[in-house]
Design a protein around this ligand. Sequence first.
Ligand code: GTP
Length: 155
Amino acid sequence: MARAYAELFAGLRVDPAKVLTTTFEANHEELVLVRDIELMSLCEHHLLPFKGVAHIGYIPGVDGRITGLSKLARLVEVFARRPQVQERLTSQIADLLMEKLAPRGVIVVLECEHMCMEMRGIRKVGARTVTSAVRGACQSDGKVRAEAMALINAR
Ligand SMILES: Nc1nc2c(ncn2[C@@H]2O[C@H](COP(=O)(O)OP(=O)(O)OP(=O)(O)O)[C@@H](O)[C@H]2O)c(=O)[nH]1
């Protein structure tokens, strides 16, 4: 039992800031977007799972440095493996990216289904909650935001 909880809360043992230490020179000034990163977390109210996908985009900063693509997924994992609410999970990912990469902009969109709404309480199976956190140019520039959203929604 203790081991099961240790696995569920594994993200608490990892310093999220250390996930984003891998950066590369790429002279890239355009949007980088990783879509459909699967995620599973635990609602902090009921300790029941919520799961879905994260879409993370950023526009590198003036130095043009990029981070490893897997690091974006690792960041989701670290913040998800702890009791959460979806809104906080979304903004924690965006804020750490802003802090560590100093990008021109960041967009994070999460789409999740919450077991606490499906198997108890209101019992609505399949309801999806969509949250977003936009920072920098993704927040202030409508064209940038529209491009990111179009890429996120392209299927
Ligand atoms: N930005 C970018 N990153 C890439 C590309 N191809 C591979 N990578 C990433 O390059 C990074 C290399 O990071 P390292 O920490 O040196 O390698 P690693 O230990 O294998 O990293 P993990 O994949 O996180 O286990 C990884 O995050 C890869 O996902 C690419 O085309 N663009």
